[in-house]
Write a protein of this length. Structure first.
Length: 190
């Protein structure tokens, strides 16, 4: 009974972050430095970039599935976009580390997010971003939630390594508001 209540509370909190994360946002640095750029991000004639990452997808089986007409969505994406088969994952090959590498352009030694579970010497504790609901239920769920949603962006991701969003903000460029089902928590710029 207690586990079900915790799960409901966690789902409600996640949904709240989802709703809040999908709202439009103007970066304060950009607003201060160049107010004329506030509404011009989507006014240009450039196409938006959508990056699709399919975990563990290999080119040869993908092409075979498309040939057999068993992957129509992927076939559509290939026709409208570009497949880059030479991509090699950063190490360690865990989503949170790979995503941090994509957002910062640096490896784990630069962005300081080494994996899904790691020991933080400063805080003298294990950091757990979550690699499954079963594992998360065995430890402090609030801590897992705070690590994954707040501490990852606000404390663990190196402040010396800028994200692509911070680089764009420094150049006075604002990405258009996020739409769809993406949860994002912006890191403070202090």
């Amino acid at each position: 009974m207690k586990n079900k209540l915790c799960m409901r509370i966690m789902l409600a909190i996640c949904f709240s972050f989802l709703v809040a994360g999908c709202g439009s946002h103007i970066h304060p640095k950009t607003a201060e430095s160049n107010p004329s750029k506030l509404h011009t991000a989507s006014a240009g004639k450039t196409k938006p970039v959508i990056l699709v990452i399919v975990d563990s997808l290999m080119e040869k089986p993908l092409r075979e599935a498309i040939r057999q007409k068993s992957a129509p969505a992927m076939e559509f994406l290939l026709q409208k976009g570009e497949l880059i088969p030479q991509v090699v994952s950063s190490f360690p090959t865990m989503s949170v580390t790979i995503d941090s590498t994509l957002l910062t352009g640096t490896y784990a030694d630069g962005h300081h997010v080494p994996g899904l579970v790691w020991y933080d010497g400063k805080e003298q504790r294990m950091v757990f971003y979550g690699n499954g609901i079963k594992e998360a239920m065995k430890i402090d769920q609030v801590q897992v939630f705070m690590d994954a949603v707040y501490h990852l962006n606000q404390e663990h991701l190196s402040k010396e390594t800028k994200t692509i969003h911070e680089e764009l903000a420094d150049q006075g460029k604002i990405p258009p508001p996020l739409t769809g089902s993406f949860i994002g928590v912006e890191r403070s710029m202090s």
